[in-house]
Design a protein around this ligand. Structure first.
Ligand code: PLP
Ligand code: COI
Length: 363
C-alpha cells in the first residue's frame, strides 16, 4: 500500500494574517517564531497507505492523549529553505536530498516511507501558496519544516499503524543573533548526543530533546552552542547540537568528521565539500580529536573552524571552552575560507550565481 494519492487538494482560503501584519512580522522574524497561513497534511494508515493529501489553513491538530508519539516519541523531521530569487520567483535548495534523508530517518524509526515526490510536492505547494511570506531581506528565507509522527491511539510499544505527515513554514532571519559573526562553543564532556547503532544519523526529535541539557550547560558556561564528542572514547569531535563542523588548516585544506552513523549527514556539509573540492581544495572526511583541535589552534596550524547547517548556514567558531580552560581559533573572528564558502553557497541558494550541480529548484 505504498502507492500514495499524491494529488494534494489545495484549499487556498484567504490568508489568516492581514497583509499589513504580515509585512510587520517579516521585518524581524527571528528564527521559528512566526508561521505562514497554510500547511500540508497527509494521513497514513496501514490499510490505506498515504491518503487525504491537503494544503489547508494552518491550524492546531487534535491529538488523543494516547497518541503513540506522546509516549514513545516516534517522530522525525526535516529542515530546508525557500528563497526569494532576484527575479521575484521562489527557489528551493536541494529538496530531493531532504526527501531522501527523511526516508532514511523513517526507516530507522520504523516509520513508513514518505514517497520522495510527495515530500517535494508538499514543500513546493506550501512555498507557492504562501509565497508572500518569503522574506526578501539578504539574510531572510522561508524555513520549511516537514515532519511525521505516530498517531495511533495505542499504548503498546510497537511501530504505530497510523501517521501524519505535515509541512509547516516559518519566515526566518539569521539563526544566531550575531548573524554571521563567530560563536563560542562548549565541549560537552558529560553528555553525548548519539552512540554507534543509535539514532544519531536520523533527524529524529529525540536526538534534539537529548541535546537540550548539554545546550543548557553550554549557555551556563557563556557559550552559544555545544559540540558533542563520540560516545565510546569521548575523544573524537562528532558535531554540534544542530550543525556539522569543519576545520581549515594552514595549507588551505579542510577536514570534517566522517559520517559514521552517529552524526547527521548534513546537506550543507555535502554542498560545502563539493564547493571546496570544485575550488581545488583538499577536503578530508576524517576523525579529529578534541585534544588535537586544542593543539592545532595553539600552534596556529588550524586557521579556522566553522559550523554549518540549513538554519545556521555557515557560522564561524571563534572560541572553544572546556571544563579545564578555553582556546581561541586564530583571532576569534570569521576567517576568509568560511566567509568565501558562505558567500558562494548563499549566492547559489538565492539563484544569484551559476548552479553547476543543479541544486536549485525554481518554483
Ligand atoms: N547536524 C544536526 C544535528 C542538525 O540538526 C543539522 C540541521 O539540520 C545539521 C547537522 C545540518 O544539516 P543540514 O545541512 O542538512 O541542514
Ligand atoms: C536545521 O538546520 O534545519 C536544523 O534542523 C537545525 C535546528 C537546530 C533548527
Amino acid at each position: 500500500m505504498d502507492q500514495p494519492n499524491q494529488h494534494f487538494v489545495v484549499d487556498t482560503h484567504p490568508g489568516i494574517v492581514p497583509a499589513e501584519q504580515r509585512t510587520a512580522l517579516l521585518a524581524n522574524p527571528g528564527f521559528g517564531k512566526v508561521f505562514t497561513d497554510h500547511m500540508a497534511i497527509v494521513r497514513y494508515s496501514q490499510d490505506r497507505g498515504w491518503h487525504d493529501a491537503r494544503i489547508t489553513a494552518r491550524a492546531p491538530i487534535p491529538l488523543d492523549p494516547a497518541s503513540a508519539v506522546l509516549h514513545y516519541a516516534q517522530e522525525i523531521f526535516e529542515g530546508l529553505k525557500a528563497y526569494r530569487a532576484e527575479d521575484g520567483g521562489a527557489v528551493l535548495f536541494r529538496p530531493g536530498e531532504n526527501a531522501s534523508r527523511f526516508r532514511l530517518s523513517a526507516e530507522r524509526m520504523a516509520m513508513p516511507a514518505v514517497p520522495e515526490e510527495m515530500f517535494v510536492e508538499a514543500c513546493r505547494l506550501v512555498t507557492t501558496t504562501d509565497r508572500a511570506w518569503i522574506p526578501d531581506s539578504p539574510d531572510g528565507s522561508l524555513y520549511l519544516r516537514p515532519f511525521m509522527f505516530a498517531n495511533e491511539v495505542f499504548l503498546g510499544v510497537k511501530p504505530s499503524s497510523e501517521y501524519l505527515f505535515l509541512v509547516i513554514a516559518s519566515p526566518v532571519g539569521a539563526y544566531f543573533k550575531g548573524g554571521a559573526s563567530a560563536v563560542s562553543i562548549w565541549v560537552s564532556d558529560e553528555y553525548v548526543r548519539a552512540a554507534p547503532g543509535g539514532t544519531g544519523a536520523a533527524k529524529y526529535g529525540g536526538n534534539y530533546a537529548a541535546s537540550l541539557k548539554a545546550q543548557a550547560e553550554a549557555t551556563e558556561n557563556g557559550c552559544d552552542q555545544v559540540v558533542f564528542l563520540d560516545a565510546v572514547e569521548r575523544r573524537w569531535i562528532d558535531e554540534l547540537g544542530g550543525m556539522n563542523v569543519f576545520f581549515v588548516f594552514e595549507d588551505g585544506s579542510l577536514l570534517t568528521p566522517p559520517l559514521g552513523g552517529s552524526i547527521l549527514p548534513g546537506i550543507t556539509r555535502d554542498s560545502l565539500i563539493t564547493l571546496a573540492r570544485d575550488a581545488g581544495r583538499t577536503v578530508r572526511e576524517e576523525p579529529y580529536a578534541i585534544d588535537q583541535w586544542a593543539a592545532d589552534a595553539a600552534s596556529g596550524r588550524l586557521r579556522e573552524a566553522f559550523a554549518c547547517g540549513t538554519a545556521a548556514v555557515i557560522t564561524p567558531i571563534g572560541t572553544v571552552k572546556r571544563r579545564d580552560g578555553a582556546f581561541k581559533i586564530a583571532d576569534g573572528e570569521a576567517g576568509p575560507v568560511a566567509t568565501s564558502l558562505r558567500q558562494q553557497l548563499v549566492d547559489i541558494q538565492r539563484a544569484k550565481a551559476p548552479d553547476p550541480h543543479g541544486w536549485v529548484q525554481r518554483l
